[in-house]
Design a protein. Structure first.
Length: 159
């Protein structure tokens, strides 16, 4: 079994996720524990401070079954080449969007949840204000703002 749209309320899967995880079997997983990011953190800070354990695609899939729709979830999973990647999951357009990213220095927004088997991350999920932007939408807007600022700085340097 592979993670693909239409299963388990998955609305879409990014092309990078497909590239990194195509052919990786999804075994039976377990529901994970999580910790909410209290501030923006990048992957290296998350690894250093929270020390999340690597999880499997089966764990991601199993956790989606019980996840509130107002959560932006981060999982650290090894891809088909055994490279550690971030799998990001957020609700939008009537289902879960599943993306994959290389570990990096870009930050994940405060309020995102890091999932792990590590019991020290244990903290119950809390629902957010349903009128607010979803964590996924907020994250996309944050990333787009950063890109716009970087492009603006680059164009000013050229002048």
């Amino acid at each position: 079994m592979n993670i693909k749209p239409k299963e388990n309320n998955i609305a879409w899967v990014s092309s990078l996720f497909q590239e990194y995880f195509d052919g990786v079997p999804v075994e039976q997983g377990q529901t994970l524990v999580s910790q909410k990011l209290e501030k923006e953190m990048n992957d290296f800070e998350i690894q250093e401070e929270l020390k999340p354990t690597e999880v499997s695609l089966g764990d991601v899939y199993e956790t989606l079954k019980t996840l509130d729709h107002d959560v932006w979830a981060l999982f650290y999973v090894k891809d088909k080449n055994k490279v550690l990647r971030v799998v990001g999951v957020g609700w939008g357009s009537g289902g879960w969007g599943v993306g994959a990213f290389a570990l990096g220095a870009d930050g994940w927004g405060a309020g995102s949840r890091v999932f792990s088997r590590n019991s020290r991350l244990s903290e119950p999920l809390k629902s957010a204000d349903p009128q607010a932007l979803s964590p996924f939408e907020s994250l996309v807007l944050e990333k787009l703002d950063r890109i716009a600022v970087a492009l603006e700085k680059k164009s000013k340097k050229k002048k």
